[in-house]
Design a protein around this ligand. Structure first.
Ligand code: NAD
Ligand code: DAU
Length: 353
């Protein structure tokens, strides 16, 4: 049994689905179901006894304590977080509460549980913290990609809160010996990505005939990784990562935002052409830039490849095509998210949450 937090969100849900597709070890999934948590993402697991969903907060120490005592997991994989940079600029409080204070409470509950485990299970226990490349700050155009040794220079309330959580995780290992692992991944994309983030927003706005808002000049660079490759990296780190280490995860896929938007438009032009025969690119609109906008992220993923033999399975071309196709085939999921109906799913489908 493993405990996954934030497993109803974008990456967490993909992780839980892939985990149970790859094996039979059960998952307890603790998720607060904020606006970003969507149980529709886990619809395929309805009635599957290997998946126990619990609605709750990682900051609720008593609840986490009870779950650990009851389910006796061999590992915790922590995805739970507020994750959207723009939201962190408009309202940072939730980011401090969940990403910093919540991680603290989760670490404390994990430490108490781990301390009392019998020797063999104590040695095998893992706390894997899922973090981001944004903690390293921004890169100039010709600077080398972020290695694990890069200094922390977070620039947004989101990345500062994630950096703080990484430091807590590190300290709980250094001081108490908690067996932790940290992953710092680049931008993910793929199924179940909430349409507030660049790629899904562009797909759903394009199809709805709306503007495609590109911040500033659109030449900011992100390093894109298909979400299922991130999930396979986490499984690999959990399996064989060295305790107390951090592993950068990325796909060597640096792209300017404008190129991403052009690629999405070209795929939609091919797969779902506009009725008037014009390209979706005509919907692109440059808007005001994000305050404090990081110019470039790039991940040096050599350590995880060298030590753990991990490599992404998808190229950007294969991953983005799958992603656009997924959104075209899952218009019901998109409509549920846009109307807010996905939030009623809890009441109608899950009696135990
Ligand atoms: P998301 O916003 O889609 O999902 C977050 C999930 O956490 C949601 O289901 C939400 O309900 C849950 N949650 C929020 N606060 C909670 C709390 N207090 N207690 C329990 N659950 C809570 O985020 P995501 O994009 O899936 O990101 C998951 C993790 O991966 C985050 O820690 C994020 O920082 C990290 N990450 C994301 C990316 C990316 O590109 N999306 C890249 C690198 C790292
Ligand atoms: O790098 C990893 C991070 O990637 C994760 O830690 C975060 O949780 C995740 O949200 C993501 O952060 P970004 O800020 O890079 O992602 P976002 O999709 O919000 O934006 C990607 C780029 O696109 C960024 O340069 C801002 C730009 N953008 C975004 C939106 C939503 C636009 O130009 N227009 C938009 O409408």
């Amino acid at each position: 049994m493993i405990l996954v937090t934030g497993g109803a969100g974008f990456i967490g849900a993909n992780f839980v689905l892939d985990w149970l597709a790859c094996g039979d070890e059960p998952v307890v999934n603790l998720d607060k179901l904020t606006y970003a948590g969507n149980l529709h993402n886990l619809k395929g697991l309805q009635g599957d006894a290997r998946h126990v969903f619990v609605q709750g907060d990682i900051g609720d120490g008593a609840l986490v304590h009870r779950l650990l005592a009851e389910h006796q997991p061999r590992a915790i994989v922590n995805f739970a977080a507020e994750s959207h940079v723009d939201r962190s600029i408009h309202g940072p409080a939730d980011f401090i509460q969940t990403n910093v204070v919540g991680t603290f409470h989760l670490l404390e509950a994990a430490r108490q549980y781990w301390q009392d485990l019998p020797a063999e299970r104590k040695a095998a226990f893992r706390f894997l913290h899922v973090s981001t490349d944004e903690v390293y700050g921004t890169l100039t155009a010709d600077a080398p990609a972020f290695t694990e040794a890069h200094c922390y220079e977070p620039n947004s309330p989101y990345s500062a809160s994630k950096a703080a959580s990484d430091h807590l995780v590190r300290a709980w290992h250094h001081t108490y010996g908690l067996p932790v692992l940290t992953t710092n991944c680049s931008n993910n994309y793929g199924p179940f990505h909430f349409p507030e983030k660049l790629i899904p927003l562009m797909i759903v706005n394009a199809l709805a005939g709306k503007a495609l808002p590109v911040y500033g000049d659109g030449m900011q660079v992100r390093d894109w990784l298909y979400v299922k490759d991130h999930c396979s990296a986490i499984r690999r780190v959990l399996e064989a990562g060295r305790l107390g280490e951090t592993y950068n995860v990325g796909g060597w896929n640096e792209k300017a935002n404008l190129d991403i938007v052009h690629t999405v438009c070209a795929l939609l032009d091919e797969l779902r052409p506009r009725a008037d025969g014009q390209s979706y690119k005509t919907q692109i609109t440059h808007v005001k830039d994000r305050p404090g906008h990081d110019r470039r992220y790039a991940i040096d993923a050599r350590k995880i490849e060298r030590e753990l033999g991990w490599k992404p399975a998808e190229t950007f071309d294969t991953g983005i095509r799958k992603t656009v196709q997924w959104y075209l085939e899952n218009s019901e999921w998109v409509a549920g998210v846009q109307s807010g109906a996905y939030r009623e799913w809890v009441q109608t489908q899950y009696a135990n949450v």
